[in-house]
Design a protein around this ligand. Structure first.
Ligand code: XLS
Ligand code: CA
Ligand code: CA
Length: 438
């Protein structure tokens, strides 16, 4: 394939550089807390945004040409997309990709032919992976675009649709194993409902869990040793989605005994749609031992939907990396589930989107490491809970007291003093100082 990005390799040129096709902050080999940046930040390209999405919106056709010189829907097109994808990842030094089955090759009229196409394209991709050293982060099945999934996949009211979804999951797992994927994602875009008047919630949730259980059983049988992930999202396309946020997904996984095989893939834009910060859902996942992977993007606080922007908010990336470093890193990676805005439709824009995202996360990593090394935030946290280090506090922590003893203690006390100040403004100043000070 001829060069389409106009740059052979995007290099690190430092913060003062003016070259739009160079990294200002992402310096792959720079050591941060004893590890090179590239190991802290295993970045991935999302096949669907990079190679399929043309910028279609509710009001107009696509602006970007994703034919890559081939007739759309053909196997030649599927291969041209792979060529462009590997070229893009190589230019940027991105080490991983993520895919839906439907991103790789066009769906045929029957599933046997679809699967044959998927076999052919993954043979082609495997060769490219071997040539370039680029790996697969995770795979998934698209069980939300086709009209058959209008009522969901695992939660569909139709047993035939459920069976078709199961066949897709089986094949997507085969492909993930074939490509050596580290994870397998369930994003339940249409696993939800519009109105309770026509919905049996318990029935639907039981069916989703049983599809996931079958996926785990099959995956383990064919040698998939990685993590399964739920990717929570509260709404869009459905009004109510069962995997609303991290806490909801964790409750579901535990209820159905899936928590040993599953972790979470947290997407920034989904967390904010749920009314949380990105770092909130990361923390909830981490404290439950379920922080697996991240979909790196950003929403728009003025819009109520999933805009999947390339991340540029350094404050948010810093808070994200603070959570990731404190959790000891990810077993997965940072998938840019991100797309350029509709008016930015050139291949150079696509490259620029990744450069923006990679630089933003590099800055986040640098600042988060400084926050940890600075120690003042951690120091305050220890001090804040110090009343539990001894005396009655310690007894509470160790489960060595009861309500009667605590009631007697409270009577002796008369009234507790005011708890220590939260000092929020001072802590926020520390963050600003680390971000913008020398
Ligand atoms: C959509 C989701 C989707 C998942 C994979 O909002 O982000 O792209 O990541 O199915
Ligand atoms: Ca996503
Ligand atoms: Ca999204």
């Amino acid at each position: 394939m001829k060069e389409i990005f106009g740059v052979k390799r995007v290099e690190y040129e430092g913060a003062a550089g003016k070259n739009p096709f160079a990294f200002k902050f992402y310096d792959a080999d720079r050591m941060i807390m004893g590890k090179p940046m590239k190991e802290h930040l295993p970045f991935a390209m999302a096949w669907w945004h990079g190679l399929c999405a043309e910028g279609v919106d509710m009001f107009g056709a696509g602006t970007a040409d994703k034919s890559f010189g081939a007739q759309k829907g053909t196997m030649a097109h599927a291969k041209a997309k792979a060529d462009a994808g590997f070229m893009c990842m190589q230019r940027l030094g991105i080490g991983y990709f993520c895919f839906h089955d439907a991103d790789l090759a066009a769906e045929a009229a029957d599933i046997k032919e679809t699967n044959r196409r998927l076999d052919e394209i993954t043979d082609y991709i495997l060769v490219k992976m071997r040539e370039t050293g680029i790996k697969c982060l995770w795979g998934t099945a698209n069980m939300f675009s086709h009209p058959r999934y209008c009522n969901g996949a695992g939660s569909s009211n139709s047993a035939d649709v459920f069976a078709f979804a199961a066949a897709q999951v089986k094949k997507a797992l085969d492909l993930t194993v074939k490509l050596g994927g580290k994870g397998y994602v369930f994003w339940g875009g249409r696993e939800g409902y519009e109105t309770l008047l026509n919905t049996d919630v318990r029935f639907e949730q039981e069916n989703i869990a049983s599809l996931m259980r079958m996926a785990v059983d099959y995956g383990r049988k064919i040698g998939f040793t990685g993590d399964f992930y739920i990717e929570p999202k509260p709404k869009e396309p459905m009004k109510h989605q069962y995997d609303f946020d991290a806490a909801t997904a964790i409750g579901f996984l535990r209820q159905y005994g899936l928590d040993k095989d599953f972790k979470l893939n947290i997407e920034a834009n989904h967390a904010t749609l749920a009314g949380h910060t990105f770092e909130h859902d990361l923390r909830i996942s981490a404290v439950n031992g379920m922080l697996g992977s991240i979909d790196a993007n950003q929403g728009d606080p003025l819009l109520g939907w999933d805009t999947d922007e390339f991340p540029f908010d350094v404050y948010s990336a810093t808070m994200c990396m603070y959570e990731v470093l404190r959790a000891g890193g990810l077993t997965g990676g940072f998938n840019f589930d991100s797309k350029t805005r509709r008016p930015s439709y050139t291949y150079e824009d696509m490259l620029a989107g990744f450069i923006l995202g990679m630089d933003t996360f590099a800055l986040g990593l640098i600042h988060a490491a400084r926050l940890i090394e600075d120690g003042r935030l951690d120091g305050f946290l220890n001090e804040r809970y110090a009343s539990f280090n001894s005396g009655i506090g310690r007894k509470i922590r160790e489960g060595k007291t009861d309500l009667s003893e605590l009631a007697q203690y409270a009577e002796r006390l008369g009234a507790p003093e005011m708890p220590g100040s939260g000092k929020q403004e001072r802590l926020q100043s520390i963050v600003n100082q680390i971000l913008f000070g020398k």
